[in-house]
Design a protein around this ligand. Structure first.
Ligand code: SF4
Length: 374
């Protein structure tokens, strides 16, 4: 695992000393209406990404990480629906803030934001690359659409960006079809396409999970270099805490559609608070671990998407479970004492248990319903 303190990005500020947020997500709610019930994929997600920063979003499968990224792009697949909240976006520090959710999914403004302002890369490169067009032509097309109408200029830029992402012989690669490239090269080609318009925000959804460790290390270092060169903010979605340590400035830990802890990468690794974060960290191998020593596993699994969990969504798996409280009352988010950038949602910490008159008997994660799909 890389040293978490290797990443020392500083938070961008506005002229009045406030945080210069590129993206601010408030109370985001996403539901999937299926024949067998309603899946509450996101239950009031709040976070911000300051300009030029890397936010890691971690959690097990089903925690809502990818849906959060897709919501920002307005690409939540049907039968999913964003049902509440705001996604505030400011392309420059002095420009007007817009709520992305006010734009039509297929509107010209939204199309301009996708690709030009916000790029997304996926675990599987063929999600983005078209198998029947040459790699260079696909990057050229993106540049023609968003940046310059000059074809030769767009082609030259495509070759240049392929070179920047470390492609050996970029001109030859530009003239190749995706199937002629190795997995690592296809991944670089997809990153090149996402970066071709110098986006303000890059949403990277498990971009290196399918790669061998050498290629993964090369691609992570490349993304970090490009990020500091171009100033792109990155939302890095992953279940790999080692990658988080290497890449991120701040980390949001998600569980069943909620952020349960948010802090700087140092605090997450050296002073984690939420029992789920602690369990996640104990389940990864560490330097100095004794030979043959078993890794800890988080007991149980993420609940079935159609099941009902009352109280804290993590209570069926939590080693610190407090009967009568954790299984009945949904903890609220509160700052850790003495910290202005470390929040947690757990009854073990002051401020997280609502007063009895505002207590929520939380239905967390998902709710079953007998109603027909809408
Ligand atoms: Fe565990 Fe209770 Fe905290 Fe939930 S609220 S994480 S069950 S201690």
């Amino acid at each position: 695992m890389a040293d978490p303190v290797a990443n020392t990005g500083s938070t961008a500020t506005t002229p009045d000393g406030g945080v210069d947020n590129l993206i601010q997500v408030e109370n985001l709610e996403v539901r999937f209406y299926t024949q067998v019930g309603v899946v509450r994929a996101l239950n009031g997600v709040d976070f911000n990404i300051p300009r030029g920063q890397v936010l890691g979003v971690v959690g097990e499968s089903g925690s809502g990480k990818s849906i959060t990224g897709l919501s920002i792009m307005q690409l939540v697949p049907r039968p999913g629906r964003v049902e509440g909240g705001r996604i505030l976006y400011k392309d420059k520090p002095d420009s007007k803030t817009i709520n992305i959710l006010d734009l039509g999914r297929q509107s010209d403004e939204m199309r301009a934001i996708r690709g030009d302002d916000i790029g997304m890369i996926f675990q599987e490169p063929m999600t983005s690359l078209n198998p029947v067009f040459k790699v260079g032509a696909q990057i050229q097309e993106a540049i023609l659409l968003h940046q310059t109408p000059n074809k030769q200029e767009a082609w030259d830029r495509a070759v240049d960006i392929l070179d920047k992402v470390g492609m050996p012989n970029a001109r030859r690669v530009a003239n190749s079809y995706p199937h002629e490239l190795s997995g690592g090269m296809r991944q670089r080609a997809m990153i090149a396409m996402a970066l071709s318009c110098s986006p303000n925000l890059l949403i990277a959804d498990e971009p290196t999970t399918a790669l061998d460790v050498t290629t993964e290390a090369q691609i992570l270092s490349l993304m970090r270099d490009l990020q500091s060169e171009i100033g792109t903010s990155i939302m890095f979605i992953t279940h790999n805490m080692g990658v988080v340590a290497q890449m991120c400035d701040e980390v949001a830990v998600m569980y069943l559609g909620r952020i349960v802890e948010r802090a700087t990468v140092d605090d997450i690794f050296y002073d984690p608070k939420h029992p789920y974060t602690i369990s996640l960290l104990r389940s990864i191998p560490r330097l100095g671990q004794k030979r043959g020593q078993r890794l800890e596993v988080i007991k149980g699994g993420v609940p079935d998407p159609y099941s009902t969990v009352t109280g804290c969504p993590f209570h069926p798996r939590c080693p610190s479970f407090m009967p009568g409280l954790c299984d009945t009352v949904l903890p609220i988010e509160a700052f850790i004492e003495g910290k202005t950038n470390h929040t947690v949602r757990c009854h073990l910490y002051p401020g997280c248990t609502p007063d009895s008159d505002q207590a929520v008997t939380g239905v967390s994660g998902t709710i079953p319903t007998t109603s027909k799909a809408q």
